[in-house]
Ligand binder design. Sequence first.
Ligand code: FE2
Length: 189
Amino acid sequence: MNYNRDQAWKVLLQHVKSEVLLKHCLAVEIAMRAYAAKFGEEVEYWGAVGLLHDVDFEKYPDDHPNHAREILTAAGYDSQFATDVEAHARDWQQERTRLQGTLLAVDELTGFIIACALVRPDKSLDNLEVKSVMKKFKDKAFARAVNRETISTSAEALQVDLKEHIEFVTQALAAAVKMPQYQELPLVG
Ligand SMILES: [Fe+2]
């Protein structure tokens, strides 16, 4: 099976048209690739899981991610890959692997970090400080749709300190937005 980025992106584009959702998938991909490198895991595989984790969301918003398997299987992905995507369901009953736990831990956090960057005067991730993100994290009125508890408990399950987690993902996003593959659909702006 080929888990490369071009293939995953092609599959995603067949199923997702919303730019907002595509940007979210790209942000999650970036965080997954960064954590894979940090953990010494397979970067392409983790990145593809991140990129495709919401592949069924646009068509089945009320029954997501229960249709991911059929879409991914039809696209040639194997059963383990589909399971890794399915495991970010909030009510997933089994113990999550490190990859699956990471996916959950970065899913909502990436959007939160980008929301923090967007309210900065320079609308940039470059000078976004972790302490400012932490402050907004505690401010329930800011980006209220983001579930803080999912972020906190998933970071805990991954045995990463919340502050370090936020810092790591912020840096990963800030570095990636300068890469050519993220220019077409800018994450911030
Ligand atoms: Fe997501």
